[in-house]
Structure formats: C-alpha cells, structure tokens
Design a protein around this ligand. Structure first.
Ligand code: C2E
Ligand code: CA
Ligand code: CA
Length: 471
C-alpha cells in the first residue's frame, strides 16, 4: 500500500506500507507484521504539490500507447524557475510550485489527469480533446497564473510555457516519443520567447534533429583535424585595372551523413556551438597560407576573411590574427577582415572597439552586407572601413528599380567622399557587369569572373589566364 501522511506542517509525506497478516486458528486475522517506510526518492507523488509523478503517467500510457487517436498531452514548465529558487530561496520556490499546481487544477475537467514530471514541469493528459482544447486549456491556466501574480502584487513575476502534443496528428506516438516530443515542444516554447504554448509539428522536430546531428558531425570534424572542412577562394577584381587584387575565403563543409552542407546552414551552427572559434582560426591560417602560395602569381594579393561576432566577443581575436600573420611572410595590410553588422547590435562596443584596433594595427576592414542593417551609415563615418560590400540582393534590386538604382549610386558617392571603397558582390552575367560598370564601383566579385574554388583549381585558372581574359 502506498499513501500520504500529512506532517504537522501540513506537508504530504509518502509512505510505503507492506506486511503480512497472521491468522489465528479460526482463520481470523490476529495481527499484522510488516514495516512502514517513508518512500523518499522513489515517491509515487510529489510532496510539494501532492501530484502523481512520471512513473504513474508511464504506467497509464504504456498499455494504451499504440491506440491513441484523440486527446493530447500538455507539458507545462515554469519559466526561469532556477532564478526564482536562487533569488527567493527554495521555500518560496516550493510555494510557487504549489500555487502553479493549484492554478492548473482549477481548470481541469474530470477526465483530465495531472502529473508532476520533474522539478518545475507538469503534464496534463486528456484522452478526448483536440488541439483547440489544448490551447484553450493552456490560455486559461496562463490567465490564472497572471491573476495569482497580480494578487501577490507582483512580488515574483513568474510565467508558464507549454508544449502540446495532439494524438489526432500523431496517433502512433509511443511513451518514449511522447516524453521526447513534449520535451522538445516545451523547450521550443521557451526558446521562442516563453509564456506561450507551442503545438508539436513533426517537421519542426525533424529540423531540430537534423540540427543536432549536424552539430555532432561538426564536432567530430573539428576533433579530427578539420576533416571535411575546406576553404574555397573567390577572386575580387579591381575594376579600373581589370585585375585580381584579392580573394574572399569561403568555408565549405562536407560529411558522410549529410553530404555537402551550405554555409548558410552550418555557419550559424558553428556559432551556436562556439565551434566557430577553432574553425575560424583554422580558416585564417588556411587563408594566409593561400596568399603565400599564390605569391608567384600575384605578389601583393590580399585575402578577405569572414570573422564571426562570436570570435570577436569570446576570443582575443586581434592577438590571434597578429600571431598568425607574424608566422608567415606577408604584410599586415594583405589581410582584410570582413564583418557583418548582424549579431553585434546588442554589443556595439566590442564591435567598434575591434574595428578601431584593426585600424591601429594596419589590418584592413570590410563591412559585409552593407545597406541591410540599421546603422550602416553611422558605421561608415565612425569606423571608416577600407571597403564596404554590397550583396547580390541589393545589387539586383538596384538593376531592376530606378529608385534603388539612385540609392546605390548615392551610396557609392557617399562612400567615396569619405574615402571608403565599394565592392559589389554577386555579379553573374555580362549584362549585369556592364550595368554595374556604370556605377563607379571599385571592386567586383561574382560568378561572372569565377565561382569560389579550391586553391588548386584557382592556381590552375591563374596559370591558364582563365579568370580575366587579356585584352
Ligand atoms: P558572404 O560573406 O556574403 O559571401 C558571399 C556569398 O555569395 C558566398 O556564399 C558566395 O559563394 C556567394 N556568391 C559569390 N558570387 C556570387 C554570384 O555571382 N551569384 C550568387 N548567387 N552568389 C554568389 P557562400 O560561400 O555560400 O557563403 C555564404 C555565407 O556564409 C557568406 O556570405 C558568409 O556570411 C558565410 N561564411 C562563409 N565562409 C565563412 C567563414 O569562413 N567564416 C564565417 N564567419 N562566415 C563564413
Ligand atoms: Ca563576406
Ligand atoms: Ca556579402
């Protein structure tokens, strides 16, 4: 038998009671022999909220798991619960848990069952309702919590997020999947801003799995001496001299599981996992080595290297750059650091400081994707980069729309008036090239001249004059 006792303080204590009956000669129970224990960690329900725990939920689901065509599971989690415990103490945390349990119970229908899964998470099981019922239930609970927070005069402002899984759309969900998918759902709701309910979609989960798998592959690649990574190089042409003056280093990644992956997908993952720190350093070194080995073709060749905001915020990047340059026989001004404004918005100071430090050390700076951020012009005057780069999207707009065309021309004039060079990226065709030539841009980069390619391929193209045809 398992049951609860209430302590003097009114707290529920879980008890396990087992024993045997001793019968007398008339087959009547004479006495019971056994023991009564507090269950401790193996508790069936939780002492703070008095609710049943995960084991009970599991026992209920397992026999019916393949046969659920209606209903939903709503997994609820208190947002920032750790902060509440840390700032107000465990006792206050317990109180918030109890009150949250009460707010939930208020809205439950007879057929809906409530469980407490881990410290700050609850699960509601409903075997009849649908998606709309799940959302409505969540909204009602959220309103109750808001009302409770108001009633205690905002002493603690706590909120609740939820992940809902509806069986109508996921009828084959097993117990393990229910736990995995609702966990994913709840953390997605928290990631998307908290105090909201996310309804599970298989498509989102697949994306999430792909992302986790890909991060694993990236980790493995870094652990195995960057196998699968390769740096490709794309020429940048100086318009007035019609010659290649620099290259942009562009990272590539390929692995057995995913084949070739685009940088638009893997760079953000490298950033999220901080792997961009070792990989970025490796790209820098590969790029400088490339410049050295291309000396016979173009002695004063520059290389543009994309540096991520993560490298700027979390590493002594300037020291690393200077270190690498010192180890090779190149001039400091042969390195151009490319930075994008995005990612820096909140931490302006490190961005501007880094740019100033680059200037002081005679390392060139290019602002990438210029014209897409908020404070681009402010940067133009403040940071005086050596170069700004316009991406293909903006260039295409300028070629198809008179207003945007004028805007781009003014942008070029303005940059020139403060001594900043302009590079237009993504020029693919001869027609585009001629239109762009009329704009007095300083540099052009694009498939028209060459796609990004490996160092060997680039050497071959340079040897055979395949990029810029001699006049
Ligand atoms: P980005 O820095 O703006 O690089 C230019 C992108 O435009 C490259 O895409 C390049 O292949 C592409 N491109 C060049 N010419 C043309 C053209 O004529 N037509 C079209 N349609 N596209 C052209 P890619 O290589 O896929 O790289 C995507 C982005 O990934 C880069 O954009 C950059 O933000 C990031 N990235 C690439 N390598 C690195 C790296 O080593 N470190 C960091 N932090 N980011 C990198
Ligand atoms: Ca770039
Ligand atoms: Ca760009």
């Amino acid at each position: 038998m398992q049951y609860r006792w209430l302590s003097k303080a009114g707290k529920a204590i879980w008890i396990n009671c087992r024993g045997s009956a001793i019968y007398d000669e008339n087959h009547q129970i004479k006495y019971l022999v056994g023991c009564i224990n507090e269950i401790g960690k193996k508790q069936i329900a939780d002492n703070v909220s008095g609710l049943l725990g995960e084991t009970s939920f599991k026992n209920l689901i397992i026999p019916i798991q393949d046969d659920m065509h209606r209903g939903f599971v709503l997994r609820l989690g208190i947002d920032n619960f750790k902060n509440i415990n840390e700032n107000y103490g465990l006792k206050y945390g317990d109180e918030i848990l109890k009150q949250t349990g009460n707010c939930i119970k208020e809205h439950l229908l007879n057929h809906q069952k409530l469980y407490r899964i881990v410290s700050d998470e609850f699960i509601i099981l409903d075997l009849f309702g649908d998606k709309r019922d799940a959302k409505n239930l969540y909204n009602c609970i959220r309103d109750s919590i808001t009302a409770y927070v108001e009633s205690i005069n905002y002493e603690v402002y706590h909120t609740l997020s939820a992940g809902a899984l509806c069986f109508e759309e996921n009828p084959t969900a097993s117990y393990t999947e229910i736990m995995k998918w609702t966990e994913f759902g709840l953390s997605k709701a928290k990631k998307d801003g908290k105090n909201m309910c996310y309804v599970f979609k298989t498509e989102d989960y697949r994306k999430f799995q792909r992302k986790s798998e890909l991060i694993k592959c990236l980790h493995q690649a870094v652990d195995h001496d960057f196998v699968g990574f390769e740096v490709h190089f794309q020429p940048i042409v100086q318009v007035d001299k019609n010659r290649i003056t620099s290259l942009e280093a562009l990272l590539r990644f390929e692995c057995d599981t995913f084949g070739k992956v685009t940088p638009y997908e893997f760079i953000p993952l490298l950033e999220e996992s901080n792997l961009i720190i070792p990989v970025g350093k490796w790209v820098l070194e590969q790029s400088i080595q490339a410049v050295c080995s291309l000396k016979p073709f173009i002695p004063d060749l520059k290389v543009h290297v994309n540096i991520s905001y993560v490298q700027v915020l979390k590493t002594p990047i300037l020291k690393d750059i200077l270190n690498i340059i010192n180890r090779y026989d190149i001039e400091k001004n042969q390195l151009v650091v490319e930075l994008t404004e995005s990612g820096f918005i909140e931490s302006d100071a490190s961005f501007t400081n880094f740019c100033k430090n680059l200037k002081e050390n005679n390392i060139q700076l290019a602002l990438d994707d210029f014209g897409t951020g908020y404070s681009n012009f402010h940067y133009l005057y403040n940071l005086k980069p050596n170069c700004i780069k316009i991406d293909r999207g903006l260039m295409q707009n300028a070629l198809s729309n008179d207003y945007e065309n004028l805007l781009l021309k003014h942008m070029i004039d303005m940059s020139h008036s403060v001594g900043v060079k302009m590079c237009i990226e993504g020029v693919e065709t001869e027609i585009e090239l001629h239109k762009i030539m009329n704009m007095e841009t300083d540099y052009i980069q694009g498939y028209y001249y060459s796609r990004p390619c490996s160092l060997d391929e680039l050497k071959y193209k340079l040897e055979n004059h395949l990029i810029i045809k001699e006049a």
